[in-house]
Design a protein around this ligand. Structure first.
Ligand SMILES: Cc1cc2nc3c(=O)[nH]c(=O)nc-3n(C[C@H](O)[C@H](O)[C@H](O)COP(=O)(O)OP(=O)(O)OC[C@H]3O[C@@H](n4cnc5c(N)ncnc54)[C@H](O)[C@@H]3O)c2cc1C
Length: 427
């Protein structure tokens, strides 16, 4: 079946996670005729299972000056913050490039770029949450980084200096001040950094679904199909689904998160993203709260390397979601729950929790590029094929800014932020 190219202002967005839904909404608001495609309902994958944090502090990428020195210790400890599985070794070229981008010159470009994208995104999130009448999901209470002792606090000096350089609002808390802010945390911490330029949501998947509903309400088309391959066509692009049907589109946006690079490869397009993408996998587990025990904001225990976020599940019940640090592994390698168990041991020393909720263990893959900047823009040598993926730890928060930037680039307009650091041409 062919349903081709009625107009050059027609675009199909592949992938309905936070990034794809955001691209669809932003393009729609500029008058494009948009079809959004996913193999399932919106917001069911990586954009569902995250910690729901939207923070300016995320301008700090994992690869930063000092990483080369701290890496041997992190690897020796085999600890909760970083696990490297044998299957990750196929990404050795990525790893080398990732480490190379920890140097100051690259870090400086990345932090400025990410800060612009984050700020644009937060303001767009607020606007869209309001439009979708879901603003009650947003908590503007910041998030809290916890440090066990003076040495841990001292080792965060570089991060704190950079956040101060960017004027990210934060407050240092000591000892009992921490319990004054979050009374149910144990007195295990010597210091905390309360990042105030931050917000969080109580159900990331529900936010993506609300944005997708809004897109459909405003006339957008949602099409459920599994995409198998892309092909050029004289009038634009063609994509095949797994039922063997072909679909045409004047323009395509590829926003399939951790599955984007494999689709380019399966489509034999001139890209080398395989050497430029890796998967920082992470897990989550839900816990029922003990009666009366609450948190007003997500907390990040720097020693336990978990984030604990107060959330509401699909039934609207209060739960605590614990997300883990980084597991470098092949995207589809079998899950290994060691990090989840270690994080649960750590979190139970910090706050009283009831039993873990059966069936809530989850794994997702943060799609990461060597310079920790997402890929946003038109693919070189492939006019009409636009890319929006590679959002590593911050795609839930930065999806909306990505959509706005991409829609401006596609319209040939001046852009709200500098697009150069995100350009696909760098690969
Ligand atoms: C443990 C963890 C914690 C995190 N915490 C945060 C946080 O606090 N804040 C934050 O900003 N970010 C966080 N992130 C990162 C964030 O979740 C991701 O960067 C973001 O969700 C990526 O969004 P996406 O739309 O690119 O990908 P996805 O949400 O994965 O969307 C991709 C979509 O493509 C679809 N798809 C795949 N293959 C096909 C196909 N063949 N055909 C059709 N459709 C297809 C999928 O069904 C999916 O809906 C976290 C990630 C993890 C793993």
């Amino acid at each position: 079946m062919m349903n081709f190219f009625e107009t050059s202002r027609q675009v199909t967005v592949l992938g309905a996670g936070m990034v794809g839904v955001s691209c669809a909404l932003a393009l729609q608001s500029k008058g494009w005729q948009v079809t959004l495609v996913d193999k399932q309902a919106p917001g069911e994958e990586t954009s569902a299972g995250n910690a729901g944090v939207l923070s300016r502090s995320s301008l700090l990428p994992f690869n930063r000056p000092g990483l080369w020195q701290s890496l041997p210790r992190m690897l020796r400890q085999g600890g909760p913050s970083l696990q490297v599985r044998p299957s990750a070794l196929t990404h050795w070229r990525f790893m080398w490039r990732f480490l190379w981008h920890a140097r100051r010159a690259s870090f400086d470009v990345t932090t400025v770029a990410l800060d612009g994208l984050i700020q644009l995104s937060v303001q767009t999130h607020k606007h869209w949450l309001m439009q979708a009448a879901e603003q009650q999901r947003l908590r503007e209470t910041g998030w809290l980084w916890l440090f066990q002792n003076d040495a841990a606090w001292a080792s965060s000096a570089f991060a704190r200096t950079v956040l101060a350089e960017f004027s990210v609002a934060s407050e240092t808390l000591r000892g009992a001040d921490i319990q004054a802010l979050e009374p149910h945390l144990a007195a295990n911490f010597s210091h905390a950094l309360w990042i105030k330029d931050a917000a969080s949501v109580d159900n990331p998947s529900a936010v993506v679904k609300a944005y997708a509903d809004q897109f459909v309400k405003l006339g957008g088309v949602y099409h459920q199909a599994e995409v198998r391959a892309l092909q050029r066509h004289p009038q634009g692009w063609q994509w095949q689904d797994t039922a063997g049907l072909s679909h045409g589109s004047a323009n395509l946006v590829l926003a399939m998160g951790p599955w984007s690079e494999s689709l380019l490869k399966a489509s034999h397009l001139p890209s080398d993203f395989k050497s430029h993408m890796a998967f920082e996998r992470g897990y989550h587990r839900h816990f029922k709260p003990v009666a009366g025990v609450t948190l007003q904001r997500p907390v990040y225990d720097t020693a336990g390397a978990y984030v604990l976020s107060p959330m509401r599940n699909a039934e609207g019940e209060q739960v605590f979601r614990m997300t883990t640090g980084v597991e470098l592994a092949a995207r589809d390698a079998a899950p290994n729950t060691a990090q989840l168990e270690a994080a649960e041991n750590a979190v139970r020393r910090v706050i009283p929790l009831k039993e873990a909720v059966t069936g809530t263990d989850w794994i997702g893959s943060r799609p990461t590029t060597p310079d920790s900047r997402p890929v946003i823009g038109e693919m070189p040598q492939c006019p009409g094929l636009w890319l929006a993926f590679g959002h590593q730890h911050i795609g839930f928060s930065t999806g909306p800014g990505t959509g706005v930037l991409l829609s401006e680039l596609m319209a040939g307009e001046s852009t709200s932020i500098n697009p150069a650091p995100f350009s696909p041409a760098r690969y």
